[in-house]
Write a protein that binds this ligand. Structure first.
Ligand code: ATP
Ligand code: MG
Length: 176
């Protein structure tokens, strides 16, 4: 297949919740949601860097960018549940994100520059989208620990992961 390398895929780097954090997120959501469109349980994530559509031949450079990250694992705490009315999202987010989260983000952004991937101009608002088309709710307090021990490269737009989710985790890098 001569043109295979020109094929494009849609990618992003993210943190993926462990089973305990996922369960807690689903419980928090179920207590808050009416009439919204829930994120598939297997799709819950916190986006670090959205890459978007890239040609397949840039995958090696993108993986090398992740290989070069040097960072220990860290503790994230999701402390609030709220709606973002403009986007109509129900989201969980950390109150004050730990510096390590920004460190991870900036290392990835720096390392991706040689791949021709520029940082998003909009500011980073770490969050987990729990549902879309969500009616406005009062902000609630959460207490969901999320031990970040790895970050992952994800393909989106796959339309049906192994368990019905729309994302496919391509690879994980340990934080240690
Ligand atoms: P769809 O767009 O098909 O509804 P999706 O939004 O889940 O599906 P993507 O658009 O590929 O899938 O986005 C993947 C992740 O990256 C999501 O967490 C999304 O919020 C985030 N994202 C998408 N576009 C951007 C962007 N321009 N800047 C920052 N993050 C983005
Ligand atoms: Mg999108």
């Amino acid at each position: 297949m001569k043109d295979e390398r020109r094929a494009s895929i849609r990618l992003f780097f993210a943190l993926w919740p462990d089973a305990a954090a996922r369960t807690a997120l689903l419980e928090a959501r179920d207590g808050a949601m009416q009439d919204a469109r829930p994120t598939h349980p297997d799709d819950l994530h916190l986006t670090l860097v959205f890459i978007g559509d890239v040609e397949l031949d840039r995958l090696g450079c993108i993986e090398a960018a992740a290989d070069d990250v040097v960072l220990d694992g860290f503790e994230l705490m999701l402390e609030q549940l709220e709606t973002w009315p403009r986007q109509r999202l129900l989201v969980a987010s950390p109150g004050e994100p730990p510096p390590a989260l920004f460190n991870l983000l900036s290392q990835l952004q720096q390392n991706l520059l040689p791949c021709g991937i520029q940082p998003e101009p909009r500011s980073f608002r770490p969050h987990v989208t729990l549902a879309r088309k969500a009616p406005k709710i009062q902000r609630r307090v959460l207490n969901i620990p999320w031990p970040a021990r790895e970050f992952v490269l994800v393909r989106s737009g796959v339309g049906g992961g192994s368990n019905g989710g729309g994302y496919q985790v391509l690879r994980a890098w340990p934080l240690d």
